[in-house]
Design a binder for this molecule. Sequence first.
Ligand code: GDG
Length: 463
Amino acid sequence: MIVVSNRLPVDHDPSVEGGWRRSPGGLVAALEPVLQRTGGAWVGWPGTADLEIDPFELEGMSLVPVALSAEDVALYYEGFSNDTIWPLYHDVISPPAYHREWWEAYVRVNRRFAEAVASTAAEGAVVWVQDYQLQLVPRMLRELRPDLVIGYFHHIPFPAYGIYAQLPWRKQVLEGLLGADVIGFQRVQDAGNFATAVRRQLGFETKAGAIRVPEPDGAVRTAVAKAYPISIDADLYDELARRPEVQARAAEIRESLGNPKTILFGVDRLDYTKGIGHRLKAYGELLEDHRLDVEDVTLVQVASPSRERVAAYMQLRDEIELTVGRINGDHDTVGHTAIRYLHHSYPREEMVALYLAADVMLVTALRDGMNLVAKEYVASRVDGRGVLVLSEFTGAADEMSQAVKVNPHDIEGLKDAIMTAIEMSPSEQGRRMRALRRRVRDHDVADWSRRFLSDLDAVRATS
Ligand code: GDG
């Protein structure tokens, strides 16, 4: 088996022993055991421009680096991936930029990834392509290696046809994706949007997630497009949250904030899709309206640095930090702060301590493929307490029906939802949290990869 993603599961870091640092993410946790079991390979960019490295072995996996020049990073990654596809697929929350030069780089780099896989894969191997940076790889790979079984998983939303249709290269992207045998999405809605775009743009027949794809040789193949909601390693979060040192740290965090009655918590990559501004606006107005008192409540907002060279992200950071400064300036007292804003990344143990310290978790994304933070919060609440406020525009909302649901665009509704969460009785919190925890435990990330891979195996069995 071969996994292909924009980034390898390790970062090149000459300052650590061996030169490689493991990247934490859930995807790595999910796929590493599968690759170790099958002796498979991971193909991806090592995260540093202009770095040419031969394939190497690491902890039972073969890692196959794909080199990107500084220009490739600027045009294919920061440009087409993060400034065209990302905003377009998140319902144009920020205007997508369309540049032919970026598209050409996207094609060129996707081909390089496809060629790296083609020269690594054994006869009849299963290849699993990950995410929107590599949408052309399935088709390119099928042309190079028709013997392979190809899966693709899309981690972000697939937009409604009226939005998708803006993309100047809308046909090429659909054709690229349809090179896969199984195309996985987060939500049923995403798979439906994809099927509609295929029907409208390419005129192919689609029925209940089966798409009839005519091939150049005249044969007609069936590709599967359906939802496989991603999840987390729930046992790991449960285990971390039970550690005495993590629980002690949670108590210490509460203490250091002056033991307020309520701690609200948000943690997101600093991204315009996450609705951080809407969350701050609602919270600021609750203080303004005296429905909340700064002596009783603190909002901890971790905004981890992200895509700092893309202009829209620089502007977002300025806006958020201005808003935080204003709210704190208006409402802080010498002893209490309204918002503790942290523009850092933290180790996972610290994240779990923060989840445990938080009475209310605020997930107010304007659009989000899944949102793993919502699931991590629930998995960490071994005490059966805490309330999740969850945007209905996240993939997680389809599964987490006991959360307090919100439309983040509706600021009055968001304010009411925050108050409902703050005022919820412990018994009601417990009832909802038990159901949410059961859901996340029963549908963890291992279950996600098993479901996807068994559909790919079924394709292999019939081919
Ligand atoms: C994309 C899709 C989809 C964040 N700050 C820190 C930290 N994190 C971790 C969280 C969580 C992950 O990053 C973020 O995952 P999300 O799912 O919330 O969002 P995206 O990064 O946008 O991910 C998304 C996901 O792919 C998977 O398919 O759910 O919709 O956009 O795990 O905990 N982790 C640590 N320190 C931090 O400061 N350790």
